[in-house]
Design a protein around this ligand. Sequence first.
Ligand code: CTP
Length: 219
Amino acid sequence: MEKSFNGKTVLLTAGPTYEPIDPVRFIGNHSTGKMGFAIAECFAARGAKVQLVAGPTNMKAHHGGITVIPVTTADEMFTAVKRLAPTADIWVFAAAVADYKPKVVADRKIKKAGAEFTIELVKNVDIAAALGKEKREDQFAVGFALETDNEDSNAREKLIKKNLNMIVLNSLNDPGAGFKHDTNKITIIEHDTTTAFELKQKSEVAQDIVNLIWERLYA
Ligand code: CTP
């Protein structure tokens, strides 16, 4: 049976965020957006309308059902997500949002001076957690977690804290998984179930995630 998302709207975040230090520098991370874009293609192929809020990435969306909303910073991502969240049935937070941003952004290029240089950072908004507070009964939220230790319990803590229905756990302990790889090994954690998957291509991992969401919502 075709696991269709016809008539459903999916809001997705993907990619890194860049937090400016001055006009030429930023704090970022190695996220490529590959996983988020693969999930977007998968939902769109099954009939969903996809709103993909993406940080700086070289990835392109192919399916006509995907609208990309490009953003740079966590604050911009949050603004876009807040606007789109109420009309979406499913939220998937696949972005690697920078946890901190420079407290002050210099309006001119910072010149080098002494041997040491300190940048003061302040916490960014937690997009998934903020949205979790507004989630309705009819909405379904999925987060990601990248852990190196106490994987299961850390992921469960995030599931509860961010009011998610499902968390996709990527373990850095698995060879071939994570940033810069085309493959990923995930475990999907829900309040009462844990499902482990084999090491697979990211496009296949996306299918597994989307299949399980479908099962939980419409089976
Ligand atoms: N997330 C988010 N906004 C943030 C940080 C994280 O929306 N400012 C989302 C991510 O997209 C992911 C989930 O929250 O779906 C978990 O992110 P992660 O960075 O692993 O968790 P943190 O809560 O930031 O915890 P820590 O960095 O301490 O592990």
